[in-house]
Design a protein around this ligand. Structure first.
Ligand code: GRF
Length: 167
């Protein structure tokens, strides 16, 4: 039996990536166990981060996954947590960092898009890449179809990348 690392997932949206991580974590060989889920409904960043750090410490959390988390964590938070923090972004990073990714990809008439799991650094969507999936964009692709298609790949990629981190 593997000793699973106590982990926390940060979300802001629908939580479908969270769901896929939880599903994978039920496997005995999966390296992490989700002990805590945090969503950001607190407007004050400083207070939010302070409260988070207290909870993370209390529950001995050693790993953090951001899954559609819409706030940028401060340098101080990243440093104070001190352990690994990873994030998923729906593009082929370093291309298309930031918001409205799919829309910008379509406007630019890209042939491929993708999704990327990467370490979190103090710069937005810029930490070292752990795993990446390249996805073909169809000629008649819409914003809705692209978002849906990429998300399906995200749900596979995120658990794979978590396994990769602990190999
Ligand atoms: C995903 O596309 C993720 O890459 C992006 O926000 C979306 C979140 O989806 N950062 P969900 O909340 O996991 O369903």
């Amino acid at each position: 039996m593997v000793k699973k690392v106590k982990s926390c997932v940060f979300i802001s949206g629908n939580g479908t990536n969270l769901y896929s991580i939880i599903k994978s974590s039920r496997d005995y060989s999966f390296p992490i166990k989700i002990e805590l889920i945090i969503s950001n409904n607190n407007n004050n960043q400083k207070i939010f981060e302070k409260k988070c750090l207290i909870e993370l410490k209390k529950r001995e959390i050693g790993f953090l996954c951001l899954a559609g988390f819409m706030k940028i964590l401060s340098n101080n938070f990243i440093k104070t947590f001190g352990y690994k923090i990873i994030n998923i972004h729906p593009s082929l990073l370093p291309k298309f960092k930031g918001l409205n990714t799919h829309k910008r990809v379509l406007i630019k008439k890209e042939k491929y898009t993708g999704c990327t799991v990467h370490y979190v650094s103090s710069k937005l969507d810029s930490g070292n890449i752990i795993m990446q999936k390249k996805i073909l964009i169809k000629k008649n692709e819409t914003l809705k179809s692209l978002k849906k298609k990429v998300l399906v790949h995200e749900h596979k990629l995120y658990p794979e990348a978590i396994r990769c981190v602990f190999k």
